[in-house]
Design a protein around this ligand. Structure first.
Ligand code: ADP
Ligand code: TRP
Length: 321
């Protein structure tokens, strides 16, 4: 099965991204043909500085490789290295009803968050559809927030095939639900735009500091506490073994435990969890040429597939030589 997903280079990747998306992307590599890319065209909709987008793109590449991306097997590239996808976006735009895009909630959400309502932001789901369809993807693993975009993709693909013949593969979505939303240090959903993240590879001292500042309620030490309502426990669930978690649950419910004790242990477990990956990340930082090489060879492999689909689509709509 061909699996495809993209992640935007819009800032430092955090543990919400890892447990909510990247870990599953990496697990899917074992049994599938995976196509993963860094969605830099999409990131431009937020008007980053040229220096930021370039740096974040390299950072995402190093993060993925350090966390276990199989650079031989998986096709991994930068979206903008395959400009064919923007031509397909245009061809698909011409059959995409305005109403379909007007219904998309992510545009409204992003504008409400303060992004400028530019045309790229509005047309974003069509570029995402082109990403998925140009590689004839079967399965698209994404977080629940992207479900609507996959539905838009399916709708566009069906429309195209009805108009011009069965050329495009209608993908299935694969909503990643194994992990509930990872809370940030303030208890809201961890998100770059909320400034409440714990970066996967941020300095260990900073991870410790942030974890010690996680918002908890004010139940006194001696009283029992509810683990199901605790942000610290929600993060412990991600990194503690089953036995250890059961022990913490018991200690929460029995009383006599302070949150700072749980936080200290959480910081140790979190740092340990990413220890080997962190070492690999440092090696990559010292070998940027290797990282660029991985992206270049991924782009070549991706581009061959994209060019083939685009040629079929051009022919089908009547753009013949
Ligand atoms: P952010 O909210 O930080 O901007 P993105 O929207 O770029 O993150 O998310 C990239 C991927 O990571 C998506 O698939 C999304 O579902 C997942 N993700 C982001 N934050 C979380 C979270 N707090 N919990 C679980 N998954 C998350
Ligand atoms: N919009 C996705 C996000 O913000 C990133 C993305 C772009 C993507 N193109 C894609 C995801 C294609 C899956 C498939 O998370």
């Amino acid at each position: 099965m061909r699996v495809l997903s993209g992640i935007q280079p819009s800032g430092q990747l955090h543990i919400g991204n890892y447990f909510g998306a990247m870990r599953q992307h990496l697990q899917l590599q074992a049994e599938n043909e995976c196509f993963y890319f860094i969605a830099d065209y999409h990131a431009l909709t937020a008007n980053p500085t040229p220096a930021d987008i370039a740096q974040h793109t390299l950072d995402v590449a190093m993060d993925y490789i350090a966390l276990g991306l199989d650079t031989e097997k998986t096709v991994f590239w930068r979206q903008s290295s395959v400009p064919e996808v923007t031509e397909l976006t245009w061809l698909l735009s011409c059959i995409t009803p305005m109403g379909l895009l007007q219904r998309c909630t992510s545009y409204k959400d992003k504008v409400a968050q303060g992004l400028s309502p530019n045309h790229g932001l509005f047309a974003y789901p069509v570029l995402q559809a082109a990403d998925i369809l140009i590689y004839k993807s079967d399965l698209v693993p994404v977080g629940a927030d992207q479900k609507q975009h996959i539905e838009v993709t399916r709708d566009i693909a069906v429309r195209f095939n009805n108009n011009y013949g069965k050329i495009l593969t209608v993908p299935k979505e694969h909503i990643i639900e194994s992990v509930a939303v990872v809370p940030g240090v303030d208890g809201r959903k961890m998100s770059k735009s909320c400034g409440n993240t714990i970066g996967i590879f941020e300095p260990q001292a900073s991870i410790r500091k942030k974890i010690m500042r996680i918002v908890t309620d004010s139940t006194p030490v001696e009283q029992p506490k509810n683990p199901d309502k605790c942000n610290v426990f929600a993060l412990l669930k991600l990194v503690a073994s089953g036995d250890e978690l059961a022990e913490w649950e018991n200690r929460y419910r029995s009383g006599g435990m302070g949150y700072s004790e749980a936080k200290k242990r959480l910081a140790e477990l979190m740092i340990d969890y990413f220890k080997a990956f962190r070492q690999k990340r440092t090696e990559l930082e010292n070998n940027i040429d290797y990282v660029r090489g991985v992206l270049a060879s991924g782009a070549e492999r991706a581009r061959a597939v994209a060019a083939d689909t685009l040629a079929q689509v051009r022919q089908a709509v009547g753009l013949r030589k």
